[in-house]
Design a protein around this ligand. Structure first.
Ligand code: PLP
Length: 382
């Protein structure tokens, strides 16, 4: 413990007192916990951000191109999680553009998961037999620099029109094999509760629809959005599930814990989705901490993704082997609930394909040879 007379500490205090941090204007705003204020006050321009943080040359150059680049938007809340003294801060790297984004590598694609070719009506991706993905908005609270849908998000156009929703609704209505709808975007929790309810209440009347899912990053980037009005609305339409995108253990703050508790208490099962990101979370210690922390806030790790080859994201991509090794380092070593399925969303539209460590060493007539988490060999006779 440093004593109050520690000269080093005094100097630090002096320094912060002399140069008031412009971020304090946001943090002390009485509206800070109002989600609409957070959206209205997002940091979206070079001019704004350079007052708040000393940008690295790579970041400054990241603003060079304005046309065609994925928009930047960072809620004051999410921005406040950045460690400004650390150019490698994992929160910072997800949110602030870097020059590397302007480099497109050969294997990258505009539509890496082949969604557009599985779109029978605008905004509806129908790839799997019994479930479909409904993209209701192109807006997010924060634009992740590695976004797999960077071809469509960030322009902040009005949400899915009534006309397009009706087309999607009719398609689901007549395809009675669809029993599960995943509402995503963009981020569906950017819509007002009343607006979102218009979609959900209509979907809930489809007799063959057994469940509704919401895919969102808002509980992590804008936790104040998870208010009583929202959860009271959602719980009318059970079963409602939620998949929340988390990248790093530092995202699990008291505000996020409170938001997730509200959702869980409303009976909404929560799962997480995490993209493996170079220099952000691609090591066993960080992932283990993230998944264990998620369990403490009642979020069950669901998927860990290989970073999709969307245009300009190669600086985030990791070797597939790293993901396999992370799963290998979790299995048996920690709670099974903490282990997500590692998947590659197949380029070209093949869907999510699990890739994992191999525990079946070989099969022989009448027996199967297995390897446990310690690498020991066991035989199971059939
Ligand atoms: C991920 C995804 C789903 C949902 O897949 P689950 O494995 O059931 O979570 C559905 N449709 C599309 C197009 C998807 O990308």
């Amino acid at each position: 413990m440093s004593s109050p007379f520690d000269p080093h500490l005094e100097n630090n205090n002096l320094a912060t007192n002399l140069q008031a941090d412009p971020l304090d204007n946001y943090l002390s705003d009485p509206e800070f916990h109002n989600w609409k204020w957070q959206i209205a006050n997002r940091i979206t321009s070079f001019k704004e951000i350079k007052k708040l943080i000393t940008l690295t040359p790579e970041e400054k150059d990241g603003f060079r191109k304005s046309k065609g680049r994925l928009a930047m938007a960072i809620t004051p809340y999410f921005f406040s999680l950045i460690d400004k003294t650390d150019p490698n801060c994992p929160i910072r790297k997800q949110a602030i553009p870097r020059i590397d984004e302007l480099t497109v590598s050969g294997s990258e694609m505009l539509d890496p998961c082949g969604e557009d070719s599985h779109t029978p009506v605008p905004g509806l991706v129908h790839r799997y037999p019994d479930r479909a993905l409904l993209l209701v908005t192109d807006s997010c609270a924060m634009y992740c620099r590695y976004c797999t849908r960077n071809r469509i998000v960030g322009e902040e156009r009005p949400p899915m029109s009534i006309k397009n929703f009706d087309k999607a609704y009719k398609y689901i209505m007549k395809n009675n094999s669809i029993r599960d709808i995943l509402i995503s975007g963009g981020d569906p929790l950017m819509l007002t509760t009343d607006h979102l309810e218009q979609y959900i209440s209509k979907l809930s009347k489809i007799p063959h629809l057994e469940m509704i899912r919401i895919g969102t990053r808002v509980p992590a980037t804008l936790p104040m959005r998870i208010n009583d009005k929202l959860v009271t609305m959602l719980k009318k339409y059970h079963p409602v599930y939620m998949s929340i995108h988390f990248s790093h253990p530092r995202e699990i703050t008291p505000e996020v814990a409170e938001a997730c508790a509200k959702l869980s208490d409303a009976g909404i099962p929560l799962g997480s989705q995490t993209v493996l990101l170079n220099g952000i979370n691609n090591d066993l210690a960080t992932m283990t901490e993230l998944f264990k922390k998620l369990l403490t806030i009642r979020v069950r790790p669901y998927y860990m993704y290989q970073c999709d080859p969307a245009l300009g994201t190669s600086h985030f991509r990791t070797p597939v082997k790293q993901g396999i090794d992370i799963i290998d380092g979790l299995r048996g070593h920690t709670t099974g609930y903490a282990i997500p399925t590692f998947v590659i969303d197949a380029p070209g539209g093949g869907g999510k394909i699990p890739v994992g460590p191999e525990n079946v060493v070989r099969t022989e007539p009448g027996k199967i040879v297995l390897k446990n988490y310690q690498g020991k060999i066991y035989e199971y006779s059939e």
